[in-house]
Ligand binder design. Structure first.
Ligand code: WT7
Length: 630
């Protein structure tokens, strides 16, 4: 794997990637194992959104994780698994063992009729089998779609139906902190609304009682018991789908972001190696869940492609106490630690006491992902966790980008607090104003677009290509629009300012305001609702809902019910933090809700509400201000 070694090397590689992207990427691709090499490096069109990397090449990503690594790293630990309960022993799985377990499960998938192209849902806790499930799908050419195990049965059913999945991989239950959460019953409930699922494979984790439906449901251990530890890998085309991952947008239901096989492989591995500057004997830990893109690219695929040792943690940062993260860092002598600003802020709130028994001196690199990291959290993380001598990589990227796009390279790019800093080689960011004019030079601020394809760019949104075109490639012609605002400072360093669309980022989780509104509106006494984000000390953004009701119940009862409806329809992560019952919403004469005003009120920023003269119902603004729940 090509490795950038210095700042001047970075600038050199960046220049090459800009001038001659095809030679730049083909040189990197050479270090992978191909069943057949490509005819052409790149063909692309941002109008019809047709992007083709490594045309006609054939491969299997798991050959690049296993066969390519086994000879030198067969006995090296691939995954260290730390269970929820620290008194349960961790598990170390070597590359050879992971290979064999993946093969056994691949055979089990084939035995249940799974073929290349079939969609398989993974709804599992953070256990090694979740990674094995992903890899086994990839080995047999099935398309996995991991659904975060905290999502509700309705959300799960929506995803199953959208991609017409044939199988669900799940567990009996899930240990999270002091709680034992049922998982299989959620799947059962979801499947009442789904007709495409033929079988369900259930991993035994919590050993709680679950109902197994004859003919449909099978235990994981039974499925693999007779299977051999070898399994021929399926031949995939570069552009064959590797996985679908659902993510929220500003409108409608979550979209199935589609990633391809070759481009995703190359980009996740290249960025892992270079951003974290992983050395052969390092122990790397990313605290994300495999249900999000961070878990896909930087717990499973990127690290394993690079032959790294990657830690998977089943639990939560606060169990059995708030020292847990730091205890794990010391326990495994973690060298690279990658987490979200929301976790940093939550732990920062407990002060330095929880750190007093931890040395943390194995750490070489610390990373941040998921939302803008505020300066205060940046300094706390840098000073107290990195002890002032670990480079902090603030990595900006998205589900749709597949891998890190803008970030410092650890120890190479000078650190600048709260700045994602510079684009990776091959990434051509542009800042545009609302008319789409490119803002050149430094000291400019606008919307962030990318004007050239990179290998792991989203290929389509599953089942609806037009939606992909409309969402990402129509706002600014010829460019991929990220939905984020950005500032280029006087040094040319980039600082991400947050979303400029109707997407809110709660604890690093993306939520569409429309999606939360639809959930709220399912309450039968709700007439209309409007949801906005507001600054929240720990979560980054909180969810503020304005709701019009037709009800005789007390406001408190209704508010509690609304919270429950959202939990049931989406999941606990989408629960509104604040609910204000209102008699109307500020609307323009054409009936559009003026969210700008709602956002200002929710943010306790009444000073300048801007022009309200075009409002149909200006009186309601005063009512909203007076009743604001701050
Ligand atoms: C949105 C993407 C990419 C993995 C996790 C989130 C925000 C992400 C940063 C960062 C500022 C960030 C953006 C982006 N975001 N990383 N380092 N600094 N903002 O993936 O759920 O697809 O969300 O997260 O707003 O658009 P996602």
């Amino acid at each position: 794997m090509q490795r950038i070694k210095s700042l001047s090397d970075y600038f050199k590689k960046y220049e090459l990637s800009e001038k001659d992207p095809e030679s730049f990427w083909s040189e990197i691709a050479e270090s992978f194992t191909w069943k057949k090499k490509w005819d052409k490096v790149l063909d692309w069109d941002f109008e019809k959104v047709n992007i083709n990397w490594f045309q006609n090449a054939k491969l299997n990503i798991t050959e690049n994780i296993f066969e390519r690594n086994l000879k030198e790293r067969g006995d090296k630990t691939a995954i260290i698994w730390e269970p929820n309960d620290p008194s349960e022993s961790p598990i170390h799985i070597t590359y050879k063992e992971l290979y064999e377990e993946t093969c056994r499960f691949s055979n089990a998938l084939r035995a249940k009729g799974i073929k290349k192209g079939d969609r398989v849902i993974i709804y599992m806790p953070m256990v090694p089998e979740a990674a094995i499930a992903m890899l086994a799908c990839a080995r047999v050419g099935a398309v996995h779609s991991v659904v975060f195990a905290g999502f509700s049965s309705t959300s799960l059913a929506d995803r199953i139906n959208d991609c017409q999945a044939k199988m669900v991989l799940t567990s009996d239950g899930n240990f999270r902190g002091s709680k034992t959460i049922p998982v299989k019953p959620v799947v059962d409930e979801a499947l009442e609304k789904c007709s495409t699922i033929e079988s369900v494979i259930v991993l035994e984790r919590t050993k709680q009682n679950v109902e197994m439906i004859n003919g449909r449901d099978h235990w994981w251990h039974d499925c693999i018991s007779e299977e051999p530890k070898v399994c021929e890998s399926e031949v995939l085309d570069s552009e064959d789908m590797l996985f679908i991952l659902y993510t929220s947008g500003s409108t409608g239901k979550p979209k199935g972001v589609v990633h391809s096989s070759a481009g995703y492989m190359i980009y996740s591995a290249y960025t892992f190696q270079n951003v974290f500057q992983y050395d052969e004997n390092d122990i790397y830990w990313c605290t994300a869940d495999v249900g999000w893109i961070t878990g896909h690219s930087y717990i499973v695929y990127g690290p394993l492609l690079c032959g790294a040792t990657t830690v998977m943690f089943e639990g939560v940062p606060t169990f059995p106490n708030v020292s847990r993260f730091w205890d794990i860092v010391d326990k495994f002598k973690i060298n690279q630690f990658y987490t979200a600003p929301t976790a940093i802020r939550a732990l920062q709130a407990h002060g330095l006491e929880p750190l007093k028994n931890n040395s943390l001196d194995s750490l070489k690199v610390i990373g941040s992902v998921g939302e803008p990291i505020n300066e205060e959290a940046w300094h706390w993380y840098h000073d107290n966790i990195g002890k002032g001598n670990c480079p902090l990589v603030d990595t900006w990227w998205q589900t749709e980008t597949g891998g890190i796009m803008i970030s410092a390279l650890a120890g190479i790019t000078p650190n600048k607090p709260a700045h994602a800093s510079l684009p990776l080689p091959g990434i051509l960011p542009v800042i545009v104003d609302s008319e789409g004019n490119e803002l050149l030079g430094n000291n400019v601020q606008g919307n962030l677009c990318i004007k050239f394809p990179w290998p792991s760019i989203v290929r389509t949104t599953y089942g609806d290509h037009q939606r992909c075109i409309n969402t990402y490639f129509s706002n600014y012609k010829g460019m991929y629009f990220t939905g984020d605002g950005v500032k280029r400072d006087h040094d040319g360093y980039l600082r991400i300012l947050g979303r400029v669309d109707d997407v809110i980022n709660v604890s690093g989780h993306r939520m569409g305001t429309a999606e939360v509104e639809n959930a709220i509106n399912e309450h039968e006494e709700v007439i209309e609702s409007a949801v906005v984000g507001y600054p929240h000390d720990i979560k980054g953004e909180g969810i503020y809902a304005y709701v019009i009701i037709n009800s005789k119940s007390s406001d408190d009862t209704i508010k509690a019910e609304i919270v429950n409806v959202v939990r049931r329809v989406i999941g606990p992560i989408a629960k509104p933090d604040k609910i204000q019952i209102v008699s109307g919403l500020p609307k323009t004469r054409s009936g559009k809700i003026m969210r700008r005003i709602l956002r200002k009120v929710a943010s306790n920023d009444f000073g300048n509400l801007g022009d309200t003269s075009t409002l149909l119902n200006p009186d309601v603004v005063e009512e909203i201000i007076n009743g604001a729940s701050l």
